[in-house]
Design a protein around this ligand. Sequence first.
Ligand SMILES: C[S@@+](CC[C@H](N)C(=O)[O-])C[C@H]1O[C@@H](n2cnc3c(N)ncnc32)[C@H](O)[C@@H]1O
Length: 301
Amino acid sequence: MSNYHEPVLLQACINGLNLQPGGTYVDITFGGGGHSREILNQLDGGRLFGFDQDADAKVNAQAIGDSRLTFVASNFRNIKRYLRLYKAEQVDGILADLGISSHQIDTPERGFSTRFDADLDMRMNQNADRTAAQVVNEYSEADLHRILGMYGEITNARTAASALVSARSNRQLKTVNDLKAALQRFAPRGKENKYFAQVFQALRIEVNEELQALEEFLEQVPDILKPGGRLVVMSYHSLEDRLVKNFINKGKFQGEVEKDLFGNDLKPLQSVTRKPIEATPDEIARNPRARSAKLRIAEKL
Ligand SMILES: C[S@@+](CC[C@H](N)C(=O)[O-])C[C@H]1O[C@@H](n2cnc3c(N)ncnc32)[C@H](O)[C@@H]1O
């Protein structure tokens, strides 16, 4: 399990949750359970729910074997429904550590990594319908352009989308190597790894509807946090961080905060930290995944 995933900004996340020993907490991205273990260490009594849509994560929850932990094998976009099912309608804190785990990226057959040849899969939930191969082979050129540009932030997204459409007209792109071969000519010389990492990130975000799931989750947070309860979110992509920041600061994803008749802000959360917390150079040296992490903490009003 120590190889499954090294938790990022562990102490800052734990501090951010402001743990009450008897409280009820939710780790919506359980993964290897690194953050969850520390939450359990600090609880005396209390309760923890761990969500993950990847069946591999369940094994880690079983290995912890703590009766205070309930593992929920579901997308966190269903959080409110499951908490109601478990009679924990309101909780004291919620932690999210978004994106994929080291385990997922290091497992060749999952297709997340540019380093191994495998089927173009990239599903976090192995039972989901849509794979990366479907996105690459079936999406319109305009949609591929949008996905590569917005989610991958590659500068030649239009050219790359057109190259994919022309390559797939000869034969379907089924594997990681098929995809890389179709785009090889367009990858900036000497920066191929970064380029392919951005292309893969874009496809992964689309396959797993990561931004939609995050929005749906955030919209449920005001209902499921007790007053004074904490929301702690770690994101690794600027679009995710923007959604989290806007929701915390404005109570919505776009536009300005609503005001009441007296000019007071109408929003359910209050930011605890003025700026997002980032990892120190030491942590980044030990755990490169921490490099792009941005941690935001908010309290329910
Ligand atoms: C960065 S890892 C979390 C690692 C964990 N904090 C640890 O210390 O081991 C993210 C995990 O969240 C899961 N995940 C991502 N999006 C999800 C979603 N919408 N619903 C449920 N699980 C999700 C992934 O399957 C992955 O296991």
